[in-house]
Design a protein around this ligand. Structure first.
Ligand SMILES: [Zn+2]
Length: 286
């Protein structure tokens, strides 16, 4: 075999799609943890790829598995293929955003979980970076149903961490308010500069800071363009810094690792704050 044709696989990462049903059947049902990366393809400003969220959660899940393989080798960690799906209706006025309803998100997560649970598997970690309420509602509804119907243990690590303002408590001091970096701004541009520098268009350096309070009732039901966000970002991409990107990525990995162990050990996991739960309940399926 010449070098070119050689498959480059990290032997430590078990990818679901590469297993046979026989191999899947042989996995220890009580000790196998599945990871489902799921985030929509959506515009991320003129400078970042539409797969920014999807690539990040897939890579963070992969990295978390590498760490867990060393930390707790008694368990088996299986990475499901990243599902490029989510609710992002508010920026579909840009090409590249593909939105599905929260119900579809719910049905996908539930179907993946129940298909595994029907064969005795008990643990599923849902990895998403996309924090839209309708998207989270889909994920959390599916998790609830998987728990009540199959007693499956599931968690979505990033939402509770993100919405509880844990990032701001832990991140290095920067001298500006990072909570305003809502979409394709400083944080995500930094992440991509760290993980995929070749996918970041140099024009990011010249993008002006644009801020909008996305929690204000005024923005409800409006698309990005209707809010005057003509380039599709909210924040200050020009400040992007690969070192911060490394910190942010590793923080995500750490949250995935900790949530996995806590879930397996039956510890209480960080929950979504009550305002987010209320918003999820108040939202009609869309
Ligand atoms: Zn994003």
């Amino acid at each position: 075999m010449n070098k070119k044709n050689k498959r480059v696989i990290d032997p430590k990462i078990i990818k679901f799609e590469e297993l046979s049903w026989k191999q899947i059947e042989q996995l220890d049902k009580n000790k196998t943890i599945f990871y489902l990366p799921i985030s929509p393809l959506e515009e991320h400003g003129p400078h970042l790829p539409v797969g920014t969220d999807l690539l990040t959660v897939r890579d963070a899940a992969t990295e978390a598995i590498k760490i867990l393989n060393n930390k707790n080798p008694n368990l088996t960690y299986v990475l499901l293929p990243a599902v490029p799906v989510g609710y992002c209706e508010f920026n579909t006025d840009f090409p590249g955003s593909i939105s599905v309803s929260g119900k579809v998100v719910r049905d996908i997560v539930f179907s993946v979980g129940s298909s595994l649970a029907n064969h005795g598997f008990k643990y599923l970690i849902i990895c998403t970076y996309h924090m839209a309420i309708a998207h989270l509602k889909g994920i959390y509804s599916a998790m609830k149903k998987l728990g009540s119907k199959y007693n499956m243990k599931t968690c979505e690590p990033w939402g509770p961490y993100f919405h509880s303002k844990e990032i701001e408590k832990r991140e290095p001091k920067l001298g500006f308010d990072t909570t305003k970096e809502v979409h394709a701004g400083f944080r995500e541009t930094s992440l991509m500069k760290y993980q995929y520098p070749y996918l970041v268009d140099e024009s990011y350096k010249k993008l002006q800071s644009i801020y909008r309070n996305m929690n204000s009732p005024r923005v409800l039901g409006k698309t990005f363009k209707q809010l005057g966000l003509k380039d599709g970002y909210v924040g200050s991409p020009a400040r992007a810094d690969a070192d911060y990107g490394r910190w942010y990525f590793n923080e995500t990995v750490h949250v995935f690792v900790k949530s996995t162990l806590d879930l397996y050990e039956g510890k209480k996991l960080l929950e979504l704050p009550s305002n987010i739960k209320t918003a999820m309940r108040a939202l009609f399926w869309q």
